[in-house]
Structure formats: C-alpha cells, structure tokens
Design a protein around this ligand. Structure first.
Ligand code: NIG
Ligand code: FE
Length: 400
C-alpha cells in the first residue's frame, strides 16, 4: 500500500514487519543457515513491493504496520514455472478411464483443443483467473502460463494475450501436438508454428516450448521450432523425456534452454548433460501421480549436481492440480527429496527455471512475495500432506 507523506505530498510505500517467525526461509545462504538461509525467531520487513529487511525478531525496526506470526513459518512464495491454464472444459471421463486401467497418451490434448477453440475470450479469461487465484491461495506468487490448446494462429495468439493479463511469464506452445487439421501433414504444421503463428505469437510471449515426444514432435522438428523461436526473440524451454526416453533433454541443453521439463525417463548421458549445462531439470510429480506413471528420480539428478525445480504442470489432462504443497509432498515421499530440497526447488528452483533473481528468495531487494504457514516450519508441507497450511500470502507487498 501507499500513504501520503505530509512532508512533500508524495506517496510513500507502507512498511510492514512480520515478527515472531519461528522459521524464516530466505533461500539466501548469506542471511541464515544452510542452502535455505534459515533464520529462527526471525522478522521480515516488507517495504512497498520489496523486502526491506530480514533478521532476528528482537531487532526488527519500527514500521507502519506489524503482523505477529505467532511462532509460525514464513517462506518465499512458490514459483510455479510450468502450467497450462488457458483451456476450457475438463477431462473427467479420461481420468476415470485411466484410473480403470487405460494409459495416458498425448492424444487427449485434442479434446481440450476442441473445447478451448469453442470458448469465448471471457470464458477463457475467467478460467485462468480462477486457477491463478486457486494457486495463490496455496502459496504460489509467480506462475508461468503456456498456450497450446488453440493450435491455430488466432487461437494461440488469443491464449497468449489472455495469459499476459495474469502473468509476465508467458510461453508460446503452438507445438503442443500437431493440430488435427494437419494430422496428415505434420511438416506443414511445423511450417505454420515457425512461420505465421510465430509472427503472431512472439510479441505476446517471453518463452517458446515444444512437446518433444512420440505422438507430438521429434527431435529434429523440436530443434527447428525452438531455433525459429530464438530467432524471433523467445527463450526456449522443452517438454522433455516425459513418456519415453528421447532427444528432448539433450536438445534443451544444446540450445541452452532455461529448463527441461518432466525429465522422467533419463539416461546417464541425459543426467550428465543436465548436471554440466545451464538447463534446470523441472520435475512435475502431479503428472506422474495423475497418470500412474513412474516417478522422476530427483535424487539421481541432485546427486549428479543438476539444479532441480518442482512445478505443478497444471492442466486438465495429465495433472489437474494447482497445488505446489501437494507437489512438495509427492517429491519428498516418492522422489527421494528431503523437505529442505523440495522447498528450495519449489521456490528458488522455479525462479532459476524462469531465469529470475527477483523471486524465489526473501532477501532485501527481492519482490515481497511470501507465504505465512499454519505450521512452525516448512517441513510440515511434506509432513502434513493434503492439509491446507498456507495461512496468508503477500504478492508484491500486498496481502493477497
Ligand atoms: O505437460 N505433455 C504435454 N502436455 C501436458 C499434458 C497436456 C494434456 O494432456 O492436456 C503435460 O503433461
Ligand atoms: Fe506440461
């Protein structure tokens, strides 16, 4: 907020101190202990839309407002670096069939494409708003949103325009699957995605993504698409090695993509490439949960030295969850992560996957994006799965 300053009549940002924090996760090792930069009995000062100060609660400076955390934990807001929120309808029947034994395939995407094309702008915008609110209630303060359920020049451009209303992290995913009209001419669809569709979409996006998988785009097509995107000023990220071993991870590293997402089926060479390159390995356990697939091996990646992010992949087909705490619980239970590692990956890891340094940490100068938990520490996010522990969320300094 802002209040008038009587001295010069200019607006001055409010300062708010949150005191009596049992555990503050800063993700800044210079401010506290370990990689999470943990401070016990801490306070944090929000100055306008930024973090102004962090330190021991007893030393908290005088501020306009004060919030008593009552011995609870404060963490950076989650950075969900992978979601597909611009869609209409859902795929309940497909989920039901899968839970009765049918397996997941990329083909289901076309069901959502039909529903999305038929929806009005208002309906799509209201859907995105609803899922972004839902995510924020669960602690998410930065979210990446992809297109990919339009698959025409017009429908992809409008998906990106709608996504831009809700986030700065907008991703052009015209290469989600080959559009149904091009089923017999996939190369013509690649020409569209890298030609007129790219021209219409590039001004509305920061990122370009491609689903590199059997049934979607092969390695050569993915390289063509990402390279064209780079020429148009977009930064690459890749849906890689989700359903099968494939060239996606190697391609992501080769093109210096910010992130290779899914990383479920990896060879030792893939793990080495991620460990030695600048591409973050983004794991999306909601997808394996909702498709009853094998878990990505976070432990293997971490032990090799790769940077790991956790995200929801929120979409109506493979992972209809907006909950980062749920993903943390799965990663700890089934993917070999410690609660500390999972919290880092869901915050600082997501920021790395979006090449952002202003989010995912709570040090002076960072965006005031934070969550107050109904728990004494972040460990409870995994220890108490399914319990809504996010009690309050500040986004850019505003109580959301
Ligand atoms: O990340 N893998 C491709 N895209 C989504 C699934 C989209 C869908 O099934 O509608 C994913 O899992
Ligand atoms: Fe995805």
């Amino acid at each position: 907020g802002a209040t008038p300053d009587p001295a010069d009549g200019k607006k001055r940002a409010d300062t708010t101190a949150i005191t009596n924090i049992a555990t503050l996760v800063t993700n800044d090792p210079s401010l506290g202990s370990g990689p999470l930069g943990l401070i016990q009995d801490a306070a944090i000062v929000i100055d306008g839309d930024r973090i102004g100060w962090v330190g021991p609660s007893s030393k908290a400076p005088t501020t306009d407002n004060r919030v008593d955390a009552g011995g609870r934990a404060v963490i950076p807001g989650f950075v969900d670096s992978h979601s597909h929120l611009v869609f209409a309808g859902d795929r309940t029947a497909e989920f039901n069939a899968r839970m009765s034994g049918q397996s997941y395939s990329a083909g289901g995407i076309r069901t959502t494409v039909a529903a999305t094309r038929a929806a009005s702008n208002n309906e799509l915008n209201a859907n995105v708003a609803r899922y972004v609110r839902e995510a924020r209630r669960q602690g998410t303060t930065t979210i990446e949103i992809k297109s990919g359920y339009g698959l025409t020049t017009e429908d992809e451009a409008r998906a990106l325009t709608i996504a831009s209303v809700h986030t700065d992290e907008v991703t052009y995913l015209g290469a989600h699957v080959v559009a149904p009209e091009f089923a017999d001419h996939p190369e013509a669809y690649v020409d569209l995605v890298t030609g007129p569709m790219l021209d219409a979409c590039a001004p509305h996006a920061r990122w370009i993504d491609v689903f590199c998988e059997h049934g979607a785009f092969d390695g050569d097509q993915a390289r063509t698409i990402l390279t064209a995107g780079k020429r148009a000023g977009l930064l690459p990220r890749v849906h890689a090695n989700q359903l099968t071993h494939g060239p996606g991870v190697q391609l992501a590293v080769e093109l210096d993509a910010a992130s290779a997402d899914h990383c479920t089926h990896l060879t030792d060479a893939d793990v080495d490439a991620l460990a030695n390159g600048s591409t973050v390995a983004t794991l999306l356990p909601g997808a394996e949960f909702s498709t009853r697939a094998q878990w990505p091996d976070a432990r293997r990646l971490l032990d090799a030295g790769a940077v790991v992010a956790l995200s929801t992949d929120c979409n109506p087909g493979s992972s209809f969850t907006s909950s980062m705490p749920f993903c943390i619980a799965l990663a700890v239970r089934d993917m070999g992560m410690t609660p500390d590692e999972a919290l880092w990956s869901a915050t600082a890891g997501g920021a790395a996957a979006l090449r952002r340094t202003d989010v995912g940490r709570l040090s002076p100068g960072a965006r005031a994006n934070l969550a107050l938990l109904d728990a004494p520490s972040h460990v409870h996010l995994a220890y108490r799965p399914g319990v809504p522990l996010v009690s309050a969320v500040w986004q850019d300094g505003e109580l959301a």
